[in-house]
Ligand binder design. Structure first.
Ligand SMILES: *Cc1c(COP(=O)(O)O)cnc(C)c1O
Length: 243
C-alpha cells in the first residue's frame, strides 16, 4: 500500500477528532462545522486517497492546477470550492468548474462570475472575502464595505450568497488572531441582521482552527494538517519568507 494512504487517512481522522473536541468544549455542535480540504500543491492521487477516507469537499487556489485535478477526478462526486485570489480573465473557467467560490472581494468579479455561470448548473455558491487584518497585501473587501458588496451580490441572478470568508494575519499572537476571527463573525452577524439569509463563516486553517471554531467558524479550510507539508512553496509563502 502507498504509505501516503495511511498518512492522509490518519491526518483526516486527526483533524476530524480535533474539530469534534474543540466544538464540544466550545458548546457547539461538531456537525455545524464543515471540513474543507485545502488541497493546493497536492496531486490528484492524494485527493483520491482523501476521498476514499470520506472527504468530499476540496478547496483549490490556482485555476490551472485545479483544472488538472478536476479532470483527473471527474469520476468522483467531489464538491469543488475555489478559495484563491481571482483575476478577471479566470472567471469563466471558475464559474464553469466550481460549486463554490469563497474569495469574492469586488463587484466586477461578482458580475463576471454571475454572467459566466452556465445555465445548466445551479447558481454558484459564494462567500465574500473580508480583509480583517487591514494588511495592504491581503485581498478582501474592508469590513466597512462588506454590506454594500453583499447588497450588490444578492441581486446577481446566477450567484447565491452563503456567507463570508477571511484569512487572518499569519501570527503567533493568538489574541490578535482571535480579534480578527471575531471581526469576521461580526460582519456575518450584521449581514444577517440586514436580512441576508446566510449560513457560512469560512475561517480557520491548520494552525488556527481551534480559535476559529471557538469564534464561530462553520467551515474550516485545512491543508497541511491533512496532507502534510506542501509539495512545493506557494507564492504567498515565498513572499512571507523573504520579508
Ligand atoms: C492553503 C490555504 C488554506 C489551508 O492552509 P493550511 O495552513 O495548509 O491548513 C486555507 N485557506 C486558504 C485560502 C489557503 O490558501
Amino acid at each position: 500500500m502507498d504509505p501516503n494512504t495511511t498518512t492522509i487517512a490518519s491526518g483526516l481522522q486527526k483533524v476530524r477528532t480535533r474539530i469534534t473536541e474543540i466544538a464540544n468544549k466550545a458548546a457547539r455542535q461538531p456537525e455545524a462545522i464543515t471540513l474543507l480540504a485545502a488541497s493546493k500543491t497536492n496531486p490528484a492521487e492524494c485527493l483520491r486517497e482523501a476521498f476514499a477516507a470520506g472527504q468530499t469537499i476540496f478547496g483549490e487556489n490556482y485555476l490551472q492546477e485545479a483544472l488538472v485535478k478536476i479532470a483527473a477526478l471527474a469520476d468522483l462526486p467531489i464538491e469543488w470550492h475555489f478559495i484563491g485570489p481571482i483575476q478577471s480573465n479566470k472567471t469563466k473557467r471558475i464559474a464553469e468548474n466550481f460549486a463554490w467560490v469563497h474569495s469574492i472581494d469586488r463587484k466586477k468579479i461578482a458580475d463576471r462570475l454571475s454572467k459566466d455561470r452556465p445555465e445548466s448548473l445551479p447558481p454558484l455558491q459564494v462567500c465574500l472575502q473580508v480583509n480583517v487584518s487591514g494588511e495592504d497585501s491581503k485581498s478582501g473587501v474592508s469590513p466597512e464595505e462588506v454590506a454594500d458588496l453583499a447588497a450588490y451580490v444578492v441581486e446577481l441572478p446566477r450567484l447565491r450568497l452563503r456567507g463570508v470568508m477571511a484569512i487572518p494575519e499569519l501570527t503567533k499572537a493568538t489574541a490578535l488572531q482571535r480579534s480578527q476571527f471575531r471581526m469576521l463573525k461580526e460582519a456575518y452577524d450584521q449581514l444577517k441582521q440586514a436580512g441576508h439569509d446566510l449560513d457560512t463563516v469560512s475561517m480557520g486553517m491548520s494552525e488556527d482552527l481551534d480559535i476559529a471554531i471557538e469564534e464561530g467558524a462553520t467551515m474550516v479550510r485545512v491543508g497541511t494538517a491533512i496532507f502534510g507539508p506542501r509539495r512545493y512553496p506557494i507564492p504567498e509563502e515565498l513572499a512571507a519568507r523573504s520579508q
